[in-house]
Design a protein around this ligand. Structure first.
Ligand code: UGA
Length: 316
C-alpha cells in the first residue's frame, strides 16, 4: 500500500491508524469534519504530531461536502472511521445526525469509490453495538443483529449498504466490528477516560447500572492492526469481530484501575441512559483465521498506557 485515505483521522482510532500508516511509509490523505460530538481541542491534539508529517495531507471537512475525485486519486486503500459515535446520545433529535454521518456519508463514499477506474480497498469501521446484549459464551459474526440503541441501528444499516455494494458491484469492502476500544486519546465520553479523570480529581466514579455489565475491551493499537490486516487479506464482503484479550465486568476494571492508581475508587451507581448493552464478548476466530489477527495488549497493560497519557496531559 502506497497511499491511503483515512476518514475521521482526527478521532480516537483514526489518529492512531494515521500515525501507524505514516510510520509504515504510506502517504496519507486525512479527512475530518470536526463534528461537534466532542471538544475540538482534543481532536487538534490528536493531530498535533501527524500534522507535521510530510507525507500527510489534511482536509478539514465533512464527507458530505466531499471532493472525492481529488481525495481518491491514486489511493490504494480507504479506512473509513468517520462517524457519529456513542450509544447513549443517539436518541431523540440526534438520530437524524447519526443517520446522516453513519449511513448517508458511507453511501457517498461507496459511490465515489465505485466511480474510480480501479476502486480502492475499503475498510469500514462498524461496532459490536450491532449485536445488542450478547447471549451464549462468545458471539461470532453470524449471530443475530439485535441492536439496543439507535446508534447500533445506524451501524447495522451502514453494514447493509456496504454489503449491497459488494453484492451488486463487487466493490472491495470489508467491515470491522470493534468491541469498546480504549487507550490513549480515548473519546472523552467513554467510560475509562471518565473514570481515570474522576479518580484523579478525587471525585466519585459514576457507574451506570450495577457495574456488572461486561465488555470485551479492545486496545487501540490492536484495532489499528486489524485495519491493516483487513486491507491486505480480507475478501470483499467479509465482516470481522475485533475483540480484546478477554471479557470483563466493569466493576472488575475499576478495581484494576484502583490498583494502578493506588486508591480505592469511590463509586456512585446511577440508572444508566438507555441503549447500553449488558454484555459483549467477541468470538475472534474468523479474524484469526483469515487475517491472522490476535490482540496483543492485555487490559492491564493497556490501562497503564491510558493512565500515563491522562497523567501527562493533566501536568501539561
Ligand atoms: C463504545 C463506543 O462508545 C461506541 O462508539 C462503540 O460503537 C461501542 O463501544 C462498541 O464497541 O460497540 P460502550 O461499550 O458504551 O460503547 O463504551 P464505554 O462508553 O466505554 O462504556 C462502557 C460501559 O461503561 C458501559 O456499560 C457504560 O454504560 C459504562 N459507563 C460509561 C459508565 O458506567 N459510566 C460512564 O461515565 C460511562
Amino acid at each position: 500500500m502506497k497511499k491511503a485515505l483515512v476518514t475521521g483521522c482526527a478521532g480516537f482510532i483514526g489518529s492512531h491508524l494515521t500515525q501507524r500508516l505514516l510510520n509504515d511509509g504510506v502517504t496519507v490523505i486525512g479527512i475530518d469534519g470536526f463534528i461537534d460530538n466532542y471538544d475540538v481541542a482534543a481532536k487538534l491534539r490528536n493531530l498535533a504530531e501527524i500534522g507535521k508529517h510530510p507525507a500527510f495531507t489534511f482536509h478539514s471537512t465533512t464527507l458530505q461536502t466531499g471532493r472525492w475525485d481529488s481525495w481518491l486519486e491514486n489511493v490504494d486503500a480507504v479506512f473509513h472511521l468517520a462517524a457519529l459515535p456513542g450509544v447513549r446520545n443517539s436518541w431523540g433529535k440526534s438520530f437524524a445526525d447519526y443517520v446522516s454521518h453513519n449511513i448517508l456519508a458511507t453511501q457517498e463514499l461507496l459511490e465515489a469509490c465505485l466511480q474510480r477506474p480501479k476502486p480502492p480497498v475499503i475498510v469500514v469501521s462498524s461496532s459490536s453495538s450491532v449485536y445488542g446484549t450478547m447471549q451464549g459464551i462468545v458471539t461470532n459474526e453470524n449471530a443475530p443483529l439485535r441492536p439496543v440503541s439507535p446508534y447500533g441501528v445506524t451501524k447495522e444499516a451502514m453494514e447493509q449498504i456496504c454489503s449491497v455494494y459488494v453484492k451488486a458491484y463487487g466493490l472491495p469492502v470489508t467491515m470491522l466490528r470493534y468491541f469498546t476500544v480504549y487507550g490513549p486519546r480515548q473519546r472523552p465520553d467513554m467510560a475509562f477516560h471518565r473514570f481515570f479523570r474522576q479518580m484523579m480529581k478525587g471525585e466519585q466514579v459514576i457507574v451506570y447500572g450495577d457495574g456488572q455489565q461486561s465488555r470485551d475491551f479492545t486496545y487501540v493499537t490492536d484495532a489499528v492492526e486489524a485495519n491493516l490486516l483487513a486491507a491486505q487479506h480480507a475478501v470483499p464482503g467479509d465482516i470481522f469481530n475485533v475483540g480484546g484479550d478477554r471479557e470483563i465486568k466493569l466493576i472488575d476494571v475499576l478495581s484494576i484501575m484502583g490498583t494502578l492508581m493506588n486508591l480505592t475508587p469511590r463509586i456512585t451507581y446511577q440508572n444508566g441512559p438507555a441503549g447500553d448493552s449488558l454484555r459483549t464478548c467477541a468470538d475472534i476466530q474468523f479474524a484469526q483465521q483469515r487475517l491472522g489477527y490476535k490482540p496483543k495488549v492485555t487490559l492491564e497493560e493497556g490501562l497503564r498506557h491510558q493512565l500515563a497519557e491522562i497523567r501527562s496531559q493533566s501536568k501539561g
